[in-house]
Design a protein around this ligand. Structure first.
Ligand SMILES: NC(=O)C1=CN([C@@H]2O[C@H](COP(=O)(O)OP(=O)(O)OC[C@H]3O[C@@H](n4cnc5c(N)ncnc54)[C@H](O)[C@@H]3O)[C@@H](O)[C@H]2O)C=CC1
Ligand SMILES: O=C(O)CCC(=O)C(=O)O
Length: 371
């Protein structure tokens, strides 16, 4: 199902349960602003290449709009709209004073060199700089982007508006980033999983896990679960999947991935088809990659008793219904993965407070010099 249709359907159901006024329901389904920009850059060999960049600002009733920037070939308007809407609900669930936004560029970052990625990020920032702002819309990393991407945005934005470290979160520590932001989404997923299992009289040590996606979120989830003594029986990324019924040695897998870039060639498990991971034998399935991966085609084959949505909207509404009928417990994305945006909020507050202190210090020094 189309990502926006799915998100709207879930929202309409929630609105009905809440007894939300139909006029408010309608206004919340229409985004505050949708931005679409052309981003043309010279590649390293001098040829020009054009991409389309998006930023959807969904709602700002509770505070500045907040959400990641994704670089992925499947980035398209409906998907970004859906993700922006989810950010509004997520910041409300986490009770942080933000609204929701999301952005992205339809590109494959793996096909671009570092300097091409830098040029693309800077051009995108030039196109949107007057529509984002420290108190209006604050981007962060998402799939295919990182602290480095945020540093480029910060630098480019600051050329127009003066040094503005609070314009992005998830930036490098040297530029005012927060300790723990990189791990925060995965850590939040693990805390949420522990609470969910405890409610069912279980603990992570008793359970077997399958993890789809081994990037920022998936690798932190795996690392932290493994540290707690959980058994991870399957893991995947875009290059393939591996399984080991006795539990994968996660630190060794992380090292292997860093050295080779290929998860499925790890000798501590046997390779399997990446799609198989979703229907692999396990107690808890944690999708940490793309949206819509659980759908009517594969939902009936899911063996897990619990699904923790670390990715955004990994379960489409048709799959939701099939899984619920099977008694599978699903922990929704807007709760399960809210650790990232929560630490982003702390980073934003810290850097804003530091900037205010340093401005008032500079002002006091000037007054002193004058007097
Ligand atoms: N980074 C963050 O702080 C947050 C991320 N999320 C969500 O978590 C998910 C993952 O984000 P990140 O880890 O940041 O992205 P990332 O770019 O660091 O990692 C994505 C991972 O997914 C894998 N992948 C891509 N296609 C796949 C496929 N077809 N099958 C299996 N694996 C595949 C990639 O190989 C990579 O390992 C996304 O849905 C994102 O929106 C949610 C909240 C915050
Ligand atoms: O940290 C942030 O501001 C946004 C994180 C994000 O994009 C998400 O939670 O999906």
């Amino acid at each position: 199902m189309n990502a926006l249709a799915a998100t709207n359907r879930n929202f309409r159901n929630a609105a009905r349960i809440l007894g939300l006024d139909s006029k408010i329901e309608k206004s919340l389904m229409i985004p505050f602003r949708e931005i679409k920009v052309e981003c043309t850059i010279p590649k390293d060999d001098g040829t020009l290449v054009s991409y389309v960049g998006f930023r959807v600002q969904h709602d700002n009733a509770r505070g500045p709009m907040k959400g990641g920037i994704r670089y992925h070939p499947e980035v398209e308007p409906d998907e970004v709209n859906a993700l922006a809407q989810l950010m509004t609900w997520k910041t409300a669930v986490a009770d942080i004073p933000y609204g929701g936004a999301k952005g992205g560029i339809g590109c494959n970052p793996k096909d671009l060199t570092t300097s091409e990625l830098e040029r693309l990020t800077r051009v995108f920032t030039q196109k949107i700089h007057d529509l984002i702002g420290v108190h209006t819309d604050v981007p962060a990393p998402d799939m295919g982007t990182s602290a480095q991407t945020m540093a480029w945005i910060l630098d480019e934005y600051s050329k127009f508006h003066g040094h503005s470290p609070a314009i992005v979160t998830g930036k490098p520590l040297d530029l005012g980033g927060s300790l723990g932001r990189e791990a925060a989404t995965g850590r939040g997923v693990v805390y949420a999983t522990e609470v969910l299992l405890a409610e069912h009289g279980k603990s992570v040590q008793d359970m077997s896990f399958a993890i789809q996606g081994f990037g920022n979120v998936g690798s932190w989830v795996a690392k932290l679960l493994h540290k707690r003594g959980a058994k991870i029986v399957a893991a995947s990324d875009v290059t393939g999947a591996i399984k080991n019924p006795n539990g994968i040695d996660i630190p060794a897998l992380l090292k292997h991935k860093e050295e080779t870039g290929i998860l499925s060639s790890f000798s501590g498990g046997s390779a399997m088809d990446a799609n198989e991971l979703l229907v692999h034998e396990c107690d808890v399935l944690i999708p940490c990659a793309l949206g819509g991966v659980l759908n009517r085609e594969n939902a009936s084959g899911v063996k897990a008793k619990f699904i923790v949505e670390a990715a955004n909207h990994p379960t489409d509404p048709e799959a939701d219904e099939i899984l619920s009928n099977k008694g599978v417990v699903i922990l929704p994305d807007i709760y399960a993965n809210a650790g990232g945006v929560t630490v982003s909020y702390f980073e934003w507050v810290q850097v804003s407070a530091t900037r205010k202190r340093s401005l008032s210090f500079r002002l006091r020094s000037k007054v002193k010099m004058v007097s």
